[in-house]
Write a protein that binds this ligand. Structure first.
Ligand code: XBP
Ligand code: MG
Length: 270
């Protein structure tokens, strides 16, 4: 029995990366008088590093941009990232980034059917609050019983720690939950925590291989705009509902399921 849906945030709930996070990073760079600029293509390459602070650190080390003299790189990155997070919050609140196709409909159905809702995201908790607060107001917290996000875990996606933390906080077995994700890193993180995954490919991760997902789709679909993709390696088109997901889970051979991996530290964090 499906007891909870665990949603990823960026690229899954909404297309937040190109016009949200990327713009916020560039505004923070300008505010810090850095002549860094992440265009759409560059950001797509940097997105392969999960986590905004980790992404900045990778950029400094691998791309070697002109940087101010600093004695403590971590402290510099933390300040720069906090500025970026503030800009991201403004962008989300001012623009109310729209939900991806089918997301609000599936959330509403889960609420009607008392299937619990959780978040498992690499992004900072402030960003989750900004996006869901813009959609549902401060009461969003009553809709998503559990949030596991950002620096609450040491190792970010594709490590399974954030999904293990969400499961620990839900108090549910992975076999009774399904994750909705957009990227290969997110799929890997959920699957290694033993959670079945429905992938709705996002702009930046459209061409990644999503091996082992229950379904790989363009989105969750609406009655007047069915989703398209593949399920069990066959073409599929339709509207993703709780019953659709349950049918996919029931049809999945037991051997295909990823055994939940004990994830050190997650239960203690719960
Ligand atoms: C996507 C990420 C995050 C965001 C930026 O998270 O990798 O790092 O790109 O957010 P997910 P921060 O898909 O797991 O929601 O700058 O707060 O990290
Ligand atoms: Mg994502």
């Amino acid at each position: 029995m499906l007891e909870a849906l665990i949603f990823d945030v960026d690229g899954t709930l909404a297309e937040t990366e190109r016009d949200g996070h990327r713009v916020a990073f560039n505004r923070a760079f300008a505010e810090f008088s850095l002549d860094w600029y992440w265009d759409v293509a560059t950001y797509g390459k940097l997105l392969l590093t999960s986590g905004g602070k980790e992404r900045i650190r990778h950029y400094i080390r691998a791309w070697r941009p002109p940087t101010p003299r600093f004695t403590d790189c971590d402290a510099f990155i933390a300040r720069l990232h906090a500025c970026k997070t503030a800009h991201y919050g403004s962008i989300v609140r001012d623009n109310c980034l729209p939900a991806r196709q089918g997301v609000r409909r599936l959330i509403d159905q889960a609420r009607e059917r008392e299937v619990r809702l959780a978040i498992a995201s690499t992004t900072s908790p402030h960003n989750v609050d900004a996006l869901l607060g813009a959609w549902y107001g401060p009461g969003w917290r009553a809709i998503f019983a559990v949030v596991a996000a950002g620096d609450e875990v040491q190792r970010k996606k594709p490590d399974p720690q954030v999904y293990a933390l969400a499961l620990a906080r839900l108090g549910l077995d992975a076999r009774h939950c399904v994750a909705i994700e957009d990227s290969a890193a997110g799929l890997s993180s959920a699957a290694r925590a033993g959670v079945d995954v429905v992938v709705t490919r996002s702009e930046y991760f459209r061409h990644q291989p999503h091996v082992g997902a229950l379904a790989v789709l363009d989105d969750l679909g609406e009655p007047d705009a069915p989703a398209r993709g593949r399920v069990a390696d066959a073409p599929w088109s339709g509207v993703v509902t709780l019953d659709t997901i349950d049918a996919w889970r029931g049809a999945r051979p037991a051997a295909a399921r990823t055994a939940p991996r004990a994830v050190p530290g997650a239960a203690q964090l719960a």
